[in-house]
Design a protein around this ligand. Structure first.
Ligand code: NDP
Length: 434
């Protein structure tokens, strides 16, 4: 905190991990001797740069751009790009730090990184989005590559933005090696990548429910967000017979007591992906409740799946969820629960999966996209989906191995942190003092 003041999200992520790995760390005195914690917590390097672009009115606009290359002990830096007005160095450092452990859990050889800009895509025309993406890559391209650093999407960066960035990258780097993941199917993208984070989160939830012999069918689920992760979480939940009653965006949430069915989800996908509309319009279309400026955690549910952004579920909201009978929380977003909310879930001993385990399906299929690009071939949806399911199962197994307490309760936070940490730590030790 002394060295990096004014970075609260980064401090939050680091203390959450350090608070759970002490026991495992103390079993290895060689870690302490090599000052492993500082070497692991401070990113390898950070690029920050000015992005200059021209809006539709001919005005010159300036934004900040960043890339955090956090750790490459087990593979090339890998992590998404976020475009959102709230982006700053602290948020990207927390995301890159988390990504390092998440990628370690996936069983694939990927290091951790993250990048982005305080550019807000909200209300921008397609041409403005393209010009911004091109200007962003004009600076970033020299720092990335198929074996050094492979970016992907995140908040505000979907298939359209990845395609614009990849197009510009390819032109500058004069190569066609698939340096981005989340690309279109026609130019090296992987089937199931758009679905992967949401589907993977549901697969992880199924693994947790299995330990208690609980069936997902008929369970009432509250989901937040209505972007990529939320949409495919809801799609998989519907196909398994669960009843999803909420979705949200940064303006508010909808509550549909009849449940969001396939046709209603199609409406949301069109609304959000094609028209870039607001979730409020769903309430107008289907005549259900819309609450402006609020989050959905006050609604009664069996399972909560926060899938919007960091710190979107606080201690009070966690208590309300528990009082309403919620028995499982599986995080699609990164760090959506505040430390107070996490404490409440662990104290109540409910099934609680932190994002770095539950949402690792996205980066896992990104890893599979890298493999397909390297081999210059594409796998079928069934093959990728099968691999995704077995990766999520393996992440669950690792969490149970390192997180099971004497009383039988599985602390998935500890399990994910220790499993993710040990692999990176051993790789760093083996590679010497760098
Ligand atoms: P999208 O941009 O597709 O969707 C984000 C959703 O969250 C939108 O509904 C957005 O609403 C809402 N949102 C964004 N910021 C805020 C905010 N400050 N307050 C309230 N709502 C907000 O992003 P993704 O679905 O890709 O990402 C969602 C989360 O999942 C993020 O935490 C991301 O890091 C994480 N994640 C994503 C992965 C991926 O593969 N895409 C992989 C692993 C994790 P609005 O439209 O109003 O902005």
């Amino acid at each position: 905190k002394r060295r990096f003041p004014n970075e609260p999200e980064y401090h939050q992520a680091v203390s959450e991990v350090l608070g759970t790995i002490e026991e495992a760390y103390n079993e290895h005195p060689e870690f302490e001797k090599s000052n492993l914690i500082e070497r692991l917590c401070i990113p390898d390097r950070i690029f920050s740069f000015r992005v200059t672009w021209t809006d539709d009115k001919g005005q010159i606009q300036v934004n900040m751009g960043y890339r955090i290359q956090h750790n490459n002990a087990i593979g090339p830096y890998k992590g998404g790009i976020r475009f959102h007005a709230s982006v700053n160095q602290s948020i990207l450092k927390f995301l890159a730090f988390e990504q390092t452990f998440k990628n370690s859990l996936t069983t694939l050889p990927m290091g951790g990184g993250k990048g982005g800009s305080d550019f807000s895509p909200r209300g921008k025309s397609n041409a403005e989005i393209m010009r911004f993406c091109q200007a962003f890559i004009l600076e970033l391209w020299r720092h990335i590559g198929p074996d050094t650093d492979v970016p992907a999407g995140d908040i505000g960066v979907g298939g359209r933005e990845v395609a614009y960035m990849y197009g510009m990258y390819k032109k500058l780097a004069r190569e066609n090696t698939g340096t981005f993941t989340g690309k279109g199917i026609e130019f090296g993208g992987s089937l199931i990548r758009p679905e992967a984070t949401g589907y993977g989160n549901v697969y992880f939830l199924l693994q947790m429910l299995k330990t208690k012999g609980i069936d997902i069918k008929g369970k009432v689920v509250a989901v937040s967000g209505s972007g990529n992760v939320a949409q495919y979480t809801v799609e998989k939940l519907i196909s398994l017979g669960a009843k999803v009653v909420t979705m949200s965006d940064s303006d508010g949430y909808i509550y549909d007591p009849d449940g969001i069915d396939r046709a209603k989800l199609d409406y949301i996908m069109e609304l959000k992906n094609l028209y870039r509309g607001r979730i409020r319009e769903y309430a107008e279309q289907y005549g259900c409740k819309y609450v402006a400026g609020a989050r959905p955690w006050g609604e009664k549910c069996d399972i909560a799946m926060p899938s919007a952004t960091q710190n979107e579920l606080n201690g009070e909201e966690a208590k309300t969820l528990l009082a309403n009978g919620c028995f499982a929380v599986s995080e699609g977003a990164n760090m959506p629960s505040t430390p107070e909310a996490i404490d409440a879930f662990l104290e109540a001993k409910i099934l609680y999966a932190p994002g770095k385990a539950a949402n690792a399906g996205g980066v896992s299929v990104s890893g599979l996209e890298m493999t397909q690009n390297a081999q210059k071939l594409s796998w079928s949806s069934e093959e990728v989906d099968q691999k995704l399911q077995s990766i999520m199962e393996s992440i669950h197994t690792q969490c149970v191995k390192y997180g099971k307490q004497n009383d039988g309760y599985v602390n998935y936070v500890k399990g994910a942190n220790v499993a993710g940490f040990m692999k990176v730590a051993k790789a760093m030790m083996a590679q010497g003092i760098l």
